[in-house]
Design a protein around this ligand. Structure first.
Ligand code: AVI
Length: 350
């Protein structure tokens, strides 16, 4: 799972420890030199998904609530639900606990009743861990919206399905769904931010290829370029959940390759890189160690204090987001209906 070297040499490379660091809580002050990276998806085993869910409840991690507010109070969920053709397929990429998705699904259910629709919306939730996905879907199904006169509601206008797999697998599946009235892709929670800007463009192009100008829509949640201190707090909370989330990646690897990357040989090293508009997480070796996989395809030596990159969280200025969408082969002159209410950008079928 190692690749090296990491990153383009054009990126700023100043390795520095924060002078204000206190014992046991060392941070970086800018993008450091780094030879190795581990792919970010390794964060998301069952424990990682649970820790991420905890992060989304922290006051410091402002992203989740901001997005939920846009969907709910901002009226985006209802607007979408009233506009979506009946029978539409809704696919959520990397669905997690679906707390925000629930807002949209409830709006779809209510709109189905209000509009007197006969064909249900088909909701497909895609994620990597089967157990977590089943748990989240079951919880969601057990809480249908209720009208004022009902004591117990039920879902009449939404059906639920789980898909276990990567984005690539999910999108390949979506491209094969030919007989649906409409495809709506949900890519929420600033997951886009975990891809480099080039990979984000490729991903939007890939989503675009799953349908045509008339039958495909995308709802994209992206975080803006907020104040550096606000971002830094969101990714290094005082409760230590962000730290546990980052280090859990080593435990996850350890279940497959015991002892190869021992957790006690690393510490959490986050940095917000303002120039690049991205938060970066590294794991710093607390001692020199040799990392050797059982089959020998990886055999490297890490020096004490050497860093392994494990996550980017890119932040998007609105103008850059517009450019990204138009560069990603959504049709020329695409009707980009961006609600500039915070960070939610709704891109309807073009
Ligand atoms: C899932 N993803 C969008 C989160 C983010 O904001 O980059 C993951 C995360 N990492 C640390 N905190 C949250």
């Amino acid at each position: 799972a190692f690749r090296d070297p990491l990153g383009a040499p054009t990126e700023p490379h100043a390795s520095q420890l924060d002078p204000a660091e206190s014992a046991g809580r060392r941070t970086l002050s800018s993008t450091p030199k780094c030879r190795f990276a581990l792919p970010a998806f390794l964060h998301y085993d069952a424990r990682g998904l649970q820790l991420f869910e905890q992060i989304t409840h922290l006051d410091e991690y402002y992203l989740t609530e901001a997005e939920a507010n846009l969907l709910d109070q901002g009226g985006a969920a209802r607007a979408l639900a009233m506009a979506l053709p009946e029978g539409a397929l809704v696919l959520e990429l990397g669905c997690g606990s679906m707390r925000k998705t629930a807002i949209l699904l409830r709006a779809l259910e209510m709109a189905g009743r209000e509009r007197g629709l006969t064909r249900p919306f088909q909701f497909y939730a895609l994620d990597l861990d089967r157990g977590e996905l089943a748990r989240s879907l079951t919880a969601l199904e057990q809480h249908p919206p209720r009208s004022k006169t009902e004591t117990e509601g039920n879902w009449q206008h939404v059906t639920f399905h789980g898909l276990v797999g990567t984005y690539d697998a999910g999108l390949a599946w979506l491209a094969r769904q030919k007989s649906v009235s409409h495809k709506l892709v949900l890519w929420l929670g600033s997951s886009l931010g975990n891809l480099t800007r080039a990979d984000a463009a490729a991903m939007l192009t890939q989503i675009r290829a799953c349908g045509n100008a008339n039958n495909l829509s995308l709802v994209l949640g992206a975080d803006g370029r907020n104040h550096p201190k606000t971002v830094a707090r969101a990714y290094n909370d005082p409760h230590g959940v962000s730290r546990a989330f980052a280090l859990n990646l080593l435990d996850h690897i350890g279940t497959h390759l015991p002892g190869v990357l021992p957790r006690d040989a690393f510490e959490f090293a986050p940095v917000y890189n303002e120039a690049m508009g991205r938060h970066e997480v590294y794991l710093r070796a607390t001692r020199g160690l040799r990392v050797k996989s059982p089959a020998g395809e990886v055999d490297v030596t890490l020096a004490r204090d050497e860093l392994v990159h494990v996550e980017y969280s890119y932040k998007w200025a609105m103008g850059d987001l517009f450019e990204l969408v138009s560069r990603s082969q959504w049709p020329n002159g695409a009707r980009l209906d961006a609600r500039r209410v915070g960070s939610l950008c709704q891109v309807p079928g073009c």
